[in-house]
Design a protein around this ligand. Sequence first.
Ligand code: 6R9
Length: 675
Amino acid sequence: MSCGLGHNGRPLAKHRKGDVVSNESLANLLKEERRFAPPAELAANANVTAEAYEQAKADRLGFWAEQARRLSWATEPTETLDWSNPPFAKWFADGKLNVAYNCVDRHVEAGHGDRVAIHFEGEPGDSRAITYAELKDEVSRAANALLELGVEKGDRVAVYMPMIPETAIAMLACARIGAAHSVVFGGFSADAIAKRIEDADAKVVITSDGGYRRGKPAALKPAVDEALRRVENVEHVLVVRRTGQPLEEAGGTWTEGRDVWWHDAVGRQSAEHTPEAFDAEQPLFILYTSGTTGKPKGILHTSGGYLTQAAYTHHAVFDLKPESDVYWCTADVGWVTGHSYIVYGPLANGATQVMYEGTPDTPHQGRFWEIVQKYDVTILYTAPTAIRTFMKWGDDIPAKFDLSSLRVLGSVGEPINPEAWMWYRKNIGADNCPIVDTWWQTETGAMMISPLPGVTETKPGSAQRPLPGISATVVDDEANEVPNGGGGYLVLTEPWPSMLRTIWGDDQRFLDTYWSRFEGQYFAGDGAKKDEDGDVWLLGRVDDVMLVSGHNISTTEVESALVSHASVAEAAVVGAADETTGQAIVAFVILRGGADAADDEALVAELRNHVGATLGPIAKPKRILPVAELPKTRSGKIMRRLLRDVAENRELGDVTTLTDSSVMDLIQTQLPSAG
Ligand code: 6R9
């Protein structure tokens, strides 16, 4: 057996969700011996060098106080962290600033008004370049319009939009007047919108007639109309015209007095608006995390600390040179990656970025690479789920485009399987772009664990080290820090500037969810492992860890073993109840190049043996089921919970956060023998 998956000694009956990931089960990932040094030229000119770790270690708060000076403060903070009432943090509490001024006006004042802030690429092929000067005018007009609609400092505004520049403009307009936005992913149902509007008690909703998805207009306003039949207190709906599709045709309505067109209400405003400086702890936004169960949690972020860390990490981790780089984050603004790395981080840094409205396969599967080529994108930030999809579509597709402008590649959202990492490096990065695998969460607000592109010798599949100024480690069930080589739970051991301040309206849930599992430490809910160098490997949500015959096995590990087989593009692994072994490993696989091997018993046997050979016999899946698609959340994470329902022949649980709910029907019809 190649890795010695050991028995953890706990009786099966004691298994509960969230049990620690045993050290032994993780040996395989540690066998990853490929190493990639930073390109010499990048290292020589890098924004951040190894010294930053030393500096932050010597004086963590001093380090963050220095990073806060990247921002323009109306009143400079003298206080860095107030931790007198943990875990309720205040950062830079006596400082005052305006977040929108920092993201827009100051770049114009510094003489960069002509620099493109956003290269917008619509799905149908329309495009718009918006300079910082134009962005300043638009944000100011939108701020004036919100004021006219009665929005005041401290109010909440819900934003339900496609991926168009007005979404960023709307968010910045809220920030400019001190209202907190609550962005609801465009495509969530009326029910989800209603719950979020109600929870945050939003006064105004900003939406659009729709956006383009997969070559067609997809309406948004009708869902808002439906949501507003269930909630009170919304005074106005501000509607951007994007598709021009008649509202009634899409099932929507127009409520006179309540609904106003953006081009009317914003269009007629003055482009002059003087930003007011707000306290550093002024709420900036609420963003709901889907959560697998229960009511969504409204994660609250505030201004000064959040913007400091979003700006610093965007500068450090992407080595951003605002004068020459063209940055592209493919996430949707509706999730935290879009908040921190489309809107706040890049704009605070004066970056030029691409914003793309649509899907990666419209009108063809080379669309992303065509965009990289068109705009000479230098920094690309995407998700493992996208990378695995590109692997599935085939190497020949990116090969048709000139991707030589790229210099740094990023990944976020899930553990990236070593083979997907290698594919990304070779087929997109021409073997010479550092890959930064960035671990963080809605709750952390900004990146926490990641390589630095000019410093770190990277390892395929590892997020590696806490960033300068960040304290994270891995602990066992009893909160003891595990030694190098050990596995357990990822915890954050010191407060950080962009940390969530609470769950909106529910301090107790904030304490219970994050701060009660381990005394004085933030519990992230992820399993992790430290290798012999102390580098961190993420192993998936602790809820997904499997217990097979008393062995803890991480889903990530088995999935990575499957993806390392030449025939597999993507894999999702779950533990299904099993009379003999407690749980049995069931794997759902998507084959590369779309091969249909639903009845290819030989391949299934080969895959089982491949996992056995890489990880040890205990990790061999009991069943392997080739499928055409996997259920994913809208942010691209595999929803293993639903696959567990299938594997255990249960009624499916809540599917409302799925990107495409027909996927589950497809999987079920493909699996006559799922039981
Ligand atoms: C930014 C974002 C957070 C959860 C997190 C973890 C997973 C994110 C990861 C990663 C391994 C990475 N995750 N990045 N796992 N490696 N580089 O995704 O926020 O939507 O709140 O999800 O995503 O499980 O706990 P969010």
